[in-house]
Design a protein around this ligand. Structure first.
Ligand code: GLN
Length: 395
């Protein structure tokens, strides 16, 4: 049996692909040359299961979606206090490339370019050789993704040649002593960081690593400690979508980060990492179709963080055999709340049971079922009933 998630993701893409609004981010000349049509979505569950739909193989540059991960690396390497001395955590309500610093000289937050360049410059300490710092960063991003990532030198060269505004920001940072290095060099290497290439599957895996307290569920590696993730997710929630952060919070409600290449990633604490990609962006630099995909996911799967949910406790307590009047049956006892993340687990558990077996799903310890949990469970029962072989009994 296949779980219904892949088919659902296809439907979301179908609903979003008609939208043709937005424009390529051609302030980076190379991004002005890309195919505007690809559309992809990926979801990585807390146990490392990845679902993808659409143009999942298309690679694109990570751009600003690198910022939360490099912030995580800086918090881990330099510690909280030293990092807070270099960059604040206040939403600026300004565009990503805003040309201003706080009164104390610090950039407002690590999600805007000023903060991201300050954070970039911290990795390895101020004396670290430039390229070595970037290598450390690409290596760190790779550990979040669970595979070795590399830099698109053409996008890098094209952006660096025209990065006059970022140079102005870096000059400001150097002037107030937030960076000690040559501003031009820092812009260059930050631009290289942004030109690291990824797919939506990579982004979903990176996001779920943040969502699961720093442990990459695909590789099993603890990339950063849990406290770092709490910080990073908070900053993503308040600052990740820049001057659209309030809109995003109210409509989608998932800590997220966008990039001008057309990607958006979202990290839902304890549940999943999500990613969408389509190159045309709006005036904030957010993928137009990507925002639509996230609106669908949040609404359909009840993912909004401010949705009131009961404590999410363990789902599957035991799996043993019980005696029915006409033979033996598998017994799955569910505990706690049924919501998207926990029912998806249950569906996979059911998929592993041979088709001819009878299964008793015991709901007596279920404390809460949210609408999507209920629908997924009922759909699964209907599908199983349709195959005729297996019996599914809810008690
Ligand atoms: N490299 C881009 C820049 O610095 C990243 C911007 C973005 O993705 N919002 O302008």
């Amino acid at each position: 049996m296949r779980t219904q998630v892949p088919q659902y993701l296809q439907e979301v893409l179908q609903a979003c692909e008609r939208n043709d609004e937005g424009a390529l981010a051609d302030y980076i000349p190379e991004l002005g040359n890309v195919d505007p049509n690809p559309l992809a979505v990926a979801v990585c569950m807390g146990d490392g299961t990845v679902y993808g739909a659409g143009d999942a193989d298309v690679e694109f540059t990570i751009q600003s979606m690198s910022k939360p991960f490099v912030y995580a690396l800086a918090l881990h390497e330099r510690g909280l206090e030293a990092t807070l001395q270099q960059v604040g955590v206040e939403p600026s309500g300004d565009a990503f490339n805003d040309l201003s610093l706080r009164e104390d000289g610090r950039p407002q937050n690590p999600m805007i370019n000023a903060g991201a360049m300050a954070v970039h410059a911290m990795i390895g300490g101020p004396q670290a050789p430039l390229r070595e710092r970037t290598d450390m960063i690409v290596d760190g991003l790779s550990r979040f993704a669970g595979r070795q990532l590399s830099v698109d030198e053409e996008v890098y060269a094209s952006e660096f040649a025209t990065a006059f505004r970022n140079r102005a920001i870096a000059n400001l940072l150097r002037n107030v002593g937030i960076i000690e290095q040559d501003p031009r060099d820092i812009v260059g290497e930050y631009t290289r960081q942004c030109a690291t290439t990824v797919t939506t599957n990579d982004l979903a895996t990176m996001a779920v690593t943040l969502a699961m307290g720093g442990r990459n569920p695909v590789t099993g590696e603890q990339v950063v400690p849990a406290w770092v993730c709490r910080y990073v997710l908070s900053v993503m929630m308040t600052c990740g979508m820049y001057d659209a952060a309030g809109d995003w919070m109210t409509t989608v409600g998932i800590p997220a980060k966008s990039g001008v290449s057309g990607g958006i990633l979202g990290a839902l604490p304890g549940q999943a990492g999500l990613a969408a990609f389509s190159p045309k962006v709006d005036s904030h630099g957010h993928s137009v179709r990507g925002v639509r995909v996230f609106e669908h996911l949040s609404r359909d799967l009840n993912l909004h963080l401010m949705e009131v949910q009961e404590a999410r406790v363990r789902l599957l307590e035991s799996s043993r055999e019980v005696k029915l009047r006409d033979g033996l049956a598998r017994h799955l006892r569910l505990r706690g709340a049924l919501y998207f993340g926990s029912v998806e687990r249950l569906l996979r558990e059911l998929a592993d049971i041979p088709d001819e077996d009878t299964v008793v799903v015991d709901l007596s310890d279920v404390t809460h079922i949210n609408p999507i949990g209920r629908r997924m469970l009922l759909d699964a029962m209907e599908q199983l009933g349709g195959t005729g072989e297996r019996r599914l009994v809810l008690v």
